[in-house]
Design a protein around this ligand. Structure first.
Ligand code: NAD
Length: 331
């Protein structure tokens, strides 16, 4: 078995054959990590991506694996994957505020039509389907921490609505396919995930703070920095997605870190870990920015036996090392 050990191949197998998993958005940050994890686990992986926010380098690295195939396609148009499919992991969607602000209609379409095509693929194959939804479905939450039973507080016409409402629609569509068409579906609500491989220019707080700290530039904290976020290292999120895929639970299931920090504390921690003397500056808070964000992960713990393993400082150190390496090779 080229490239993977026999035990891993056995874990990946279903009914004696190598489990074949389609990952939409497989060239993205989270998708790339998920594809690597599935390949290491002995699966055959087909990544479908139009590279609108994904990275060709992720695909190039994955293509060195004998059981990986890349399909360059827009899932809003068609999702034509030949051959057997055992599992569909639907991650395709712009995910950072900068990206979905630049691609508003595309974001709505990938959440609606793209999700429908991914669900159709699961239906015709009798495959398990997992939707990568988001904590953004809770909007600016009025309940804290957020349990899955909370319906959220989303502005349907605000600047974040294209993403929030696309994911809420995707959750509703996934539920409809489960209840009316018998598709075996699971919904994961992912909270802020970070790690090596994030794009430096995607506008999310971790890549922004890290590149600013490493370059000695001012660290731009939005508002007064008292708003909170809960971070989860990427390998933990991937483990949670795979645990949900391996179960038959419909979800939704929150996947996220339990340590809530203010954005200002996070900026200071990044600065300290980077050994940087960058000053912290304050810029305008974006409209509809959530004040607080912390998952209640008791359902994931109970049903999937999942809880995050990588402490925040350890994850931040690994991510900083990666950004440092990127900046060094760019120089
Ligand atoms: P990302 O932008 O790095 O990856 C998304 C991938 O989807 C990209 O490779 C992009 O090219 C692809 N894509 C977008 N539209 C497409 C289309 N129409 N057809 C085919 N491919 C398309 O973002 P990410 O952080 O890796 O997020 C992956 C998924 O996880 C997204 O669905 C996102 O909403 C969800 N999520 C991520 C986080 C996080 O913190 N990273 C949090 C919550 C939810």
């Amino acid at each position: 078995m080229e490239g993977v050990d026999a035990a891993a191949a056995l874990r990946g197998s279903r009914d004696g054959h190598r489990r074949r998993v389609v990952v939409t958005g497989g060239a993205g940050f989270l998708g790339g990590w998920l594809c690597r994890h599935l390949l290491d686990d002995g699966c055959e992986v087909v990544a479908v991506d139009n590279l609108v926010t994904g990275t060709p380098a992720v695909v190039e690295e994955l293509e060195t694996h004998p059981h990986f195939t890349f399909v360059h396609a827009d899932v809003t148009r068609v999702l034509d994957v030949q051959g057997r499919v055992d599992q569909v992991m639907h991650l395709a969607s712009p995910a950072s505020p900068v990206h979905y602000a630049a691609l508003p209609v595309e974001t709505m379409l990938v959440g609606s039509q793209g999700t429908m095509h991914a669900l159709d693929l699961a239906q015709v194959n009798g495959a398990r389907f997992v939707l990568a939804s988001t904590s953004e479905v809770y909007g600016d939450p009025l309940v804290h921490p957020q349990p899955e039973s909370y319906w959220g507080n989303v502005n349907p016409v605000g600047p974040r609505s294209v993403y929030d409402e696309a994911k809420r629609f995707a959750e509703a569509l996934t539920t409809a396919y489960r209840t009316s068409r018998g598709v075996d579906t699971g919904i994961a609500r992912i909270f802020n995930t970070y790690g090596p491989g994030m794009r430096a220019d995607d506008g999310r707080m971790i890549p922004a703070f890290m590149t600013q700290a490493l370059k000695g530039e001012p660290i731009t904290v939005t508002g007064d920095g008292s708003q909170t976020r809960s971070l989860c290292y990427v390998t933990d999120t991937v483990d949670g997605l795979c645990a949900l895929a391996a179960s038959d639970h419909p979800g939704p299931v929150n996947l996220g870190g339990g340590d809530e920090v203010t954005v200002l504390e996070l900026a200071e921690t990044v600065c300290r870990l980077a050994g940087s003397s960058s000053p912290i500056t304050f810029v305008d808070l974006p409209e509809d920015d959530p004040r607080v964000r912390r998952p209640d992960t008791s359902r994931a713990a109970e049903l999937l036996g999942w809880k995050p393993q990588v402490p925040v400082e350890e994850g931040l150190r690994r991510t900083l090392e990666w950004f440092e390496e990127q900046l060094r090779s760019a120089a």
